[in-house]
Ligand binder design. Sequence first.
Ligand SMILES: NC(=[NH2+])NCCC[C@H](N)C(=O)O
Ligand SMILES: [Mn+2]
Ligand SMILES: [Mn+2]
Length: 300
Amino acid sequence: MEKKPITIIGMPMDLGQGRRGVDMGPSAIRYASAQALLQKLGYEVEDLGDLHVPSPESKSAGDPKLKYLNEIRDVCEKLAETVSGVIARDRFPLVLGGDHSMAIGTIAGAAAQYENMGVIWYDAHGDLNTGETSPSGNIHGMSLAVSLGIGHPDLVNIGGFAPKVRPEHTVIIGARELDPGERDLIGQLGIKVFTMHEIDRLGMARVMEEAIGIVSNGTDGVHLSLDLDGLDPKDAPGVGTPVPGGVTYRESHLAMEMLAEAGIVTSAEFVEVNPILDRENQTAKVAVALMGSVFGQKVL
Ligand SMILES: NC(=[NH2+])NCCC[C@H](N)C(=O)O
Ligand SMILES: [Mn+2]
Ligand SMILES: [Mn+2]
């Protein structure tokens, strides 16, 4: 497999949800030796450092249905430009987060460079709310909907075009907590969701075969958006919105190994790592271990 050089971008985003500390996620992932691992695997790696994100204490949240909308729009615009520029230089953007609202920017940037991009959303949640359906007003619960062109126009139109991805090229893996409005949207759009039920029933290997088929059928790029809360909180405790009964560490490695084998992933982000809620940086270490598998690390 071709080893495209990697560019790490830190996104200390914590405006998209209510628990402080997730802005330290990028540092925690770097501290868990992400760059050294990737270099050991034979990649050339550059790290652009962190983009600037204003701290929530210095701003007012504004509309309680879309908290920090203006700030999130601005930082996602900047992230989109950065990601797009990295791909234009023929490098692989690897974005470290940060809460999941950042995916609005990452996906906007990647989608600017691909005609038809597939998305793998690895998450306990659907992140398919809008300002109207969200129970929390937290934009990290809306980022997939926005990328599909549904939600507040300021977010939907980031990068100057919409939608970024199509429902038929989108899969959600690991879902186990969906709000009523998200369920409706899934039915309306026909998005393929591999809930924990399908993972238990079919096994991760079969789920990934199907998922890879969907995101690579008729696409020229695939983005992996991995929310660490997709994993079981026993394996990844340092997340702001943990949900029991999640994907195991082993199943997650298998999923990432199968993606590496398929050779389809063209951009990735690892999000929602919150060191304040973690135990001895375990969740960042899990993120880095999974990163290894995505980039082709094998036991033998
Ligand atoms: N990226 C996440 N962790 N999202 C959690 C979203 C939780 C809930 N569905 C909400 O909209 O508030
Ligand atoms: Mn999420
Ligand atoms: Mn989640």
